[in-house]
Write a protein that binds this ligand. Structure first.
Ligand code: AMP
Length: 356
């Protein structure tokens, strides 16, 4: 059943994704409250209420839930125990998606079981495991913590077997992956409604630096276009197998051998920010529509060329200058209090050549 205007959406996490979700929700007449441990909670600036409490505070989570008609998240590392403190009927997309996507080993296993291909990988629990993994998987490769990594954090490149001695094992479950020789990277972003209907946005190419996305652009070019159907099929099966409702993102490497799955995010995604101006309905609005039981909006791309670039670190301090540039750039600043090196502070989207 669709939530009426004036209903309250609870968002777990209070970063920029929550901020953009809250802005889309407001447009549809919903109230949004968010919940996050102390930090730079930029979503709170645009929400009706903010619970600034820890993920372990069961009483605060329960109090938050009593004010919500639905609870979703913008951050996939919300502990599952926090989700369990909220009545499950309120939680959309549902706990299972979070459990699978929080762990690199489980998300890869899940997608492989549905027919997707991953880079060769091994579970690593110790330094000896790491030595063995580099022998079986080969080098070069990347050691990643199985949980809690983002934007290239919790990752160590290993160029050759003797380099494992230089890596201080982080003391928790890791995954060692072979380095994929890719041509480019792309993501499949879909929205699945409460009735199981799925819509995909077009896939752009993604460019990462130091493990962090810096740019997404459309059109993606022939290689991605050839591979996107296979990747969508995997994403469709994943969403259906999870009984997913909302926006789901799967990231792929486009290789000469076809699409290789890297990871999934059970949420709106940085590589989909271009959809705000570039698509018929943005990823943020469609996530809100899906979790509230409203009809989904069209996902068609509206411009022949689209580029989204992240504004990182201190570049945000002078970002208003972008507004004077030619071509009507669309500037989004997240309102973060402190500009730190490597921190996503905003993004700018440039669109051209409207599709008739
Ligand atoms: P992740 O946190 O797994 O999304 O990794 C961040 C970025 O690091 C990816 O988007 C790639 O640019 C790069 N990367 C991660 N894993 C691999 C891999 N196995 N082979 C090649 N590049 C990788």
């Amino acid at each position: 059943m669709a939530l009426k205007p004036g209903s309250t959406i609870g968002i777990l996490g209070a970063g920029q994704l929550g901020r953009m979700l809250a802005m889309a929700a407001a447009q549809l007449g919903y109230r949004v409250i968010c919940y996050s441990p102390p930090g730079d909670s930029v979503a709170a600036d645009v929400c009706a209420d903010f619970f600034e409490n820890g993920w372990g505070d069961k009483a605060a989570l329960a109090a938050f839930a009593t004010k919500c008609d639905v609870v979703t998240w913008e951050f996939e590392n919300v502990p599952v125990s926090a989700i369990e403190a909220i009545p499950q009927k309120l939680v959309v997309p549902g706990k299972r998606a979070l459990e699978v996507a929080q762990n690199r080993l489980s998300e890869k296993g899940f997608v492989e079981q549905l027919g997707g291909r991953c880079a060769p990988y091994k579970r690593v629990e110790s330094e000896d495991d790491l030595t063995r993994a580099t022998e079986t998987v080969g080098t070069p490769g990347i050691l990643k913590t199985a949980r809690d990594g983002y934007d290239g954090k919790g990752q160590w490149r290993i160029g050759s077997a003797h380099e494992t001695e230089g890596v201080r094992f982080p003391g928790r479950t890791c995954i060692y992956e072979g380095l994929v020789d890719f041509e480019t990277e792309f993501s499949v972003i879909l929205v699945r409604g409460q009735d199981g209907m799925i819509r995909f946005w077009d896939s752009g190419t993604n460019k990462h630096e130091g493990g962090m996305l810096v740019r997404s652009a459309l059109p993606a070019g022939p290689l991605v276009e050839q591979q996107v159907e296979e990747a969508r099929e995997i994403a469709r099966k994943t969403a259906n197998a999870l009984g997913y409702v909302g926006v789901l993102t799967l990231e792929f490497f486009a290789t000469k051998q076809g699409p290789i799955f890297n990871e999934m995010a059970p949420r709106v995604h940085n590589s989909g920010h271009w959809t705000i101006e570039g698509a018929a309905t943005s990823q943020f609005e469609n996530h809100i529509r899906a979790v509230c039981g409203l009809p989904l909006g069209g996902t068609e791309t509206r411009f022949a060329e689209i580029e989204m670039r992240n504004i990182v670190g201190e570049d945000a301090l002078t970002a208003h200058q972008i507004l004077a540039e030619e071509g009507e750039p669309h500037l989004h600043l997240y309102g973060k209090r402190k500009a730190r090196e490597g921190r996503k502070m905003g993004h700018v989207t440039r669109v051209s050549n409207k599709v008739a």
